[in-house]
Design a protein around this ligand. Sequence first.
Ligand code: HPA
Ligand code: ZN
Length: 319
Amino acid sequence: PELAAFVRDLPKTETHLHIEGACPFQLLKQLDPIKHSQPPPFWADDFRYRSFQQFMDLYVQYCSEFYTDAKRFHEAAKIILKNCVDQGCRYVETSFHLPTLLYLSDDGPTIIDAIRSAAPAELELRIFAGMCHNDYKDAGKDLIDSCLTWEGLDGIDLHGPEDLPLEPWTADIWEKARLAGKFTKAHAGEFMGSDFVDRVIDDLKVTRIEHGVRSIENPATVERLVRENIALDVCPISNLKLAVEGIPSMNRHPIRELFDAGVLLTVNSDDPFFFGNSLSEDYYALVQELGFSLPELAKLAANGFQVALLSEESRASYM
Ligand code: HPA
Ligand code: ZN
């Protein structure tokens, strides 16, 4: 109870949240009360995905059922973002899978407006377009090129299966995105090792890595993260549920070692619908399983505002 009150009252951020992966179950239930009369099986306490592929298959199955137009994105975002605020979040970065737009009747700017207009007034929201290593093909090319001109879009990020080859277009698009005033980040070091973390830093020139926990496999990578002030947006429960290599249980999660090494880390929930977690529970786990103290939790929460895309003035007001 003391821990719960401390975490609740801590001003927090959520800088690694997939909007599709945060689909509110109540909306699925409303949509099809018979099919969704029971909570999804993966909400069971000890549920572990067998593979990233199994997770992706379920992700596509559930997300394509619900996220069909801008109205649905708005409805979901209203619940998701209110839930963030209720847990003490003041700043959120959420990402949507960009190529989904190829199958929707609403265009990108309309989807982005639908998400943005769902944010409570007291929340700072940044919206990212996510894409996979192999999405720059066919109609996806035009979509990726054109999203860089969308005014409402704050940034882009790389996600999906990490073991697909990193193609040359990514470095080019990441550079163009920054020139267009967009922020850039990338998933790395979740299913591939520290070499891939080094690679996205070198090639894509990102300063924010989503996950990045397998950096722990190479001390030189960890040192470099510290030296170059590169932040890892870590999602402890997600890593456990997705059976990330080297993390058989929460008490073995490398966040403790990365924190002690001085890496700039934030705590996030990733895909709460699929992992049955909440941001608060990710914080609890650090205390309960990894010996984090309350001042250390406060440091992690403050790091979120440090990496947030905020003016210096508003950053200071939150920290
Ligand atoms: N990793 C990569 N891509 C993703 C994830 C993840 O954990 N969640 C949603 N897209
Ligand atoms: Zn993610």
